[in-house]
Structures are given as C-alpha cells and as structure tokens.
Design a protein around this ligand. Structure first.
Ligand code: HEC
Length: 154
C-alpha cells in the first residue's frame, strides 16, 4: 500500500515536471516569435470586429470575442523571464519587474472579451461598440502603453 501511493506520487511529480518543461523549454527566440504571432491574431480579431460593426453585424462579433478570450489566456506563458531582445522584440524589461500588473492586463482582457461576447450575442450594436472601445482602451492599449517599447527601426 505504502509502495503503491509512493509510486503514484512519483508519477504525479514527473508528469508535473514534464508539463513544466514544455513551457520553460521555449527559447527566448521561439517565445518572441510565438507571442508576436499571437498578438497578430489579436490584431486580426480586432479588425474583424470593426468590420462587422461597420456592417451592422453585432452578433457576429461574439466569435472574435471568443478568439480574444482564448488568446488572452496564452499571453503570460509566452513571456518567459529573459525573453528580451531589443533587435526583434518590443517587450520592455518592466514586464518582469511588474509581472502581476502585466499578467493582470492579460486576465482583464480575458474577462472583458468574455463580457463583450455576451453583449454581442444580445445584438445591440451600440452596446457592443462601447464594450469593444472599453476593452481596447483598458487592456490592449493600457498594456501596450506600459509594457511595449517603440517600434523597431529596420
Ligand atoms: C498583457 C499585455 C498585453 C495585452 C493585454 C495585449 N498586448 Fe499586444 N503586445 C504586448 C507586447 C508586450 C507586445 C510586444 C511583443 C514583442 O514584440 O515581443 C505586443 C505586440 C502586439 C502587436 C504587434 C505584433 C507584431 O510583432 O507584429 C499587435 C498587433 C498587438 N500586440 C495587438 C494587441 C491587441 C489587438 C490586443 C487586445 C485585444 C493586445 N495586443 C493585448 C502586450 C499586450
């Protein structure tokens, strides 16, 4: 009995170890390109939202809101400590100095995108527009303002 539970414990520990490695194994270079790709998806979702609002399709915005709620969850893991490179990345060192604040913006995007989805489903164009503007300003905009450096000149 003792032996069995010990073995189970070792198994759980090694599974946790493997899962931990999967994220920490991401090299700074891979993390930078993965998160830039993720951010591009977010930019595309925001454009899609604007297009749908212009076309008077508030309800269709719910699908993009779902995309944003999902991408938001993946933001923190794509900023492993040390993934800084001023030549390829606009991430500021402040991200790791003020990690709770940075992570808070990602969490806030997740919850505001979920709220936007619910509002959009109600079909009220004006309320949807307002929710998009509020989300953009307080999450995308605020996080970029605090944690994204100037454009990289090439
Ligand atoms: C938690 C902070 C945070 C949030 C929230 C956030 N971003 Fe970003 N975003 C960043 C950082 C940091 C970078 C720079 C990443 C790099 O270059 O390594 C970035 C880069 C970008 C880029 C440029 C990608 C590229 O390199 O081509 C776009 C586009 C973008 N974000 C769009 C958005 C949109 C749209 C939202 C909201 C729906 C959003 N972001 C929310 C932190 C955030």
């Amino acid at each position: 009995m003792m032996k069995l539970s010990l073995r189970a414990g070792v198994l759980v520990a090694s599974v946790a170890l493997v899962a931990g490695c999967a994220t920490s194994a991401m090299s700074p270079k891979d993390a930078i390109s993965a998160r830039q790709e993720l951010m591009k998806q977010q930019g595309a979702a925001m454009r899609s939202i604007q297009d749908k609002l212009k076309a008077g399709q508030a309800q269709a915005v719910a699908a993009d809101a779902k995309t944003l709620a999902e991408t938001a969850k993946r933001i923190p893991a794509m900023f492993p400590a040390g993934s800084l490179d001023p030549l390829t990345s606009r991430a500021k060192p402040e991200i790791w100095q003020k990690w709770p604040e940075f992570e808070g913006y990602a969490k806030s995007l997740e919850s505001k995108a979920a709220m936007l989805g619910a509002t959009a489903q109600g079909g009220n164009a004006q309320a949807t527009q307002a929710a998009v503007a509020e989300m953009g300003k307080t999450t995308c905009g605020a996080c970029h303002q605090a944690f994204r450096g100037p454009e990289i000149k090439k």
